[in-house]
Design a protein around this ligand. Structure first.
Ligand SMILES: [Zn+2]
Length: 257
């Protein structure tokens, strides 16, 4: 089946299936991927990121069977606005790094923690950068990267609490997990985490080099907008606002070193 497949639970690995929400957009790509984890023999399942507050999407998830646990990758609404609805529908416990989700909170996630649920072993890996609270969930054969590594395109560094230095570190941590399937928060799954992380790292280095060059032309105190107009000429203008936020992160990174 070809991504997107709205409304159909699509099995991707032995223990991971995806339900794609119908919320496409320039930053959500085809929409939010809600991941459903369970061992083949398990009736129960773990949901990673219920997605936006979309009654149809949450209804489909709840209809799959018992969901005792919901894990949250990071605070953004396209992953979390459906928390209340899924808790109401399933009684699930919700666990996150702790960015203000009070409903059903079952204790904060910690880096390196192992969660055994629905017959699946899930390791929490802190991967800050996109936001300060971003985590990835490592399975035996795959890793759920949420917005840290997308199925297509590149990740935006959040203006509020994102950090490019953290992000580059997180990419290196992911790369060190070696070759395994990437199950992203948006876009299609990818075959090889190590290769994708390497590609992201070299893309970031290229962009940083371009921003450095732009500052040579524009002067050291150039604004993010000026840099975007210089560096992101090859990128569709609808993405410039997001690019501006990434450039702010790059300027902060360059000006800190
Ligand atoms: Zn996000």
């Amino acid at each position: 089946m070809i991504h997107p497949a709205y409304g159909v639970l699509r099995q991707v690995t032995e223990s991971a299936s995806v339900l794609l929400c119908h919320n496409p957009g320039p930053l959500t790509l085809e929409g939010t991927n809600t991941w459903v984890l369970r061992a083949p023999a398990s009736d129960e399942m773990v949901v990673v990121d219920p997605g936006p507050d979309d009654a149809e999407h949450i209804g489909r998830l709840a209809a799959l069977g018992p969901i005792p646990l919901v894990l949250i990758s990071h605070r953004h609404g396209d992953h979390t606005d459906g928390i209340d609805a899924i808790v109401d529908a399933t009684g699930a416990t919700v666990r996150s790094v702790g960015s203000g989700f009070l409903r059903g909170l079952g204790g904060y996630l910690t880096d390196g923690e192992i969660i055994d649920a629905a017959g699946v072993r899930i390791r929490v890996l802190a991967t800050p950068g996109h936001t300060a609270d971003s985590v990835s969930f490592v399975l035996d054969d795959a890793v759920l990267t949420a917005d840290t590594v997308l199925g297509r395109g590149t990740t935006v560094i959040d203006d509020e609490d994102g950090s490019l230095a953290d992000y580059l570190d997180s990419l290196r941590r992911l790369r060190d997990l070696g070759s395994r399937t990437v199950l992203p928060g948006h876009g299609p799954e990818l075959a090889d985490l190590a290769a994708v992380a390497d590609m992201y790292l070299s893309h970031r280095q290229e962009r940083l080099e371009q921003v450095r060059q732009a500052l040579v032309v524009l002067g050291d105190d150039a604004t993010a907008r000026q840099v975007v107009e210089e560096v992101y000429r090859d990128v569709d203008e609808t993405l410039w606002k997001a690019a501006e936020s990434s450039v702010r992160a790059q300027l902060a990174y360059l000006r800190a070193v």
